[in-house]
Design a protein around this ligand. Structure first.
Ligand code: PEP
Ligand code: MN
Length: 338
């Protein structure tokens, strides 16, 4: 539930509400704005009746949050959340393009890709050092060596770095190198991993599971937020459907739906959704038009040689021309791409 204090609520009346909630076993999330204080209280709602909050001095109203996700819900936080990462803001006016190879393969590939990403006007470099591969015989990633290369590319270009963590044990290591930590689609409901990321002081990019409903996805975000990390970026990356011409089915309906239900930024990964590079630009444009706050795009200096996801990776030339088109779409919907 949300307790909205009135404009003139004194510190003492706020304190009294907090104490009463605390004694009743509620988890408290305090938001002290310039105008007024809003208190989020999560807990057993059957204990709410006897609390008499509405009658307490300084309380303007008490609003129940009906959805099972609370902190992720727009009822909890009416304004869209803007997540600050380095010198960038995700969820504001600027559309962020996160681009790079599926997997970090070697120094030359990462540095070359980072230069292309930077030159094309994207702000964040992506690249996996731990790869969730369907086959145990496929390339599994360079692990810490790969993370070091991403950090080196950040030094050289000023780009921020997003990279995936697959295992609780690797969280401290990945957090040391990454600016944003990615949870892959396959791990969206790995609740131990979600809980671990709740304790980390880095934003989390949470991919939607291939068979997850919007509610499942927001509940996964709730795990991270309820543990103390409010900086969650949601990423739609396609869901399983009967269609098999494309790798997955990009659920663009999720963009306006999730933006309506939640205050969290939403980005779209058309590369893993479609699985074929040819269709990535069209769906990237559609995603921005639909209100996405950013894109996650796979590119490779030479997709034919890629160790992972070559067929869906754009060449540098295709990526650059797509970026030019995206800037026009962004401008048409009142967004910027710097
Ligand atoms: C990736 O981003 O490289 C990846 C493995 O994506 P997903 O988890 O969406 O399959
Ligand atoms: Mn990939």
């Amino acid at each position: 539930m949300i307790i909205i204090m009135d404009h003139h609520a004194s510190d003492d009346s706020i304190e009294a509400v907090l104490t009463r909630l605390d004694m009743a076993g509620f988890q408290i999330h305090l938001s002290q704005g310039v105008e007024r204080t809003i208190i989020g209280a999560i807990g057993d709602k059957t204990r709410l009746g006897g609390l008499g909050l509405e009658a307490m001095p300084g309380v303007e109203k008490v609003i129940p949050i009906l959805q099972p996700y609370k902190l992720a819900s727009r009822t909890f936080h009416e304004e869209g959340t803007i997540i600050k990462v380095g010198d960038q803001e995700i969820g504001g006016d600027t559309i962020h393009v996160m681009a790079g190879p599926c997997a970090v393969e070697n120094r030359e590939q990462v540095m070359e890709t980072a230069e292309i990403v930077k030159k094309a006007g994207a702000t964040i470099l992506r690249g996996g050092a731990f790869k969730p591969r369907t086959s145990p015989y496929s390339f599994q990633g360079m692990e810490e060596e790969g993370l070091k290369l991403l950090a080196e590319a950040r030094e050289a270009t000023g780009l921020l770095v997003v990279t995936e963590v697959m295992d609780v044990r690797a969280v401290p290591m990945v957090a040391e190198y990454a600016d944003i930590i990615q949870i892959g689609a396959r791990n969206m409901q790995n609740f131990f991993l979600l809980r671990e990321l709740a304790k980390v002081d880095k934003p989390v990019l949470l991919k939607r599971g291939p068979a997850a409903t919007v509610e499942d996805w927001l509940m996964a975000a709730e795990y991270i937020m309820s543990g103390g990390n409010y900086n969650v970026i949601l990423c739609e990356r396609g869901i399983r459907s009967f269609e098999n011409y494309t790798r997955n089915t990009l659920d663009l309906t999720a963009v306006p739906v999730v933006k309506y239900l939640s205050h969290l930024p939403v980005i779209v990964d058309p590369s893993h959704a479609i699985g074929k590079w040819r269709f990535v630009p069209a769906m990237s444009k559609a995603a921005i038009a639909a209100g996405a706050d950013g894109l996650l795009i796979e590119i490779h200096p030479n997709p034919q040689e890629a160790l992972c996801d070559g067929p869906q990776s754009l060449t540098p030339a295709n990526f650059c021309s797509m970026m030019t088109e995206l800037k026009q779409i962004a401008a048409a919907v009142g967004r910027r791409m710097d």
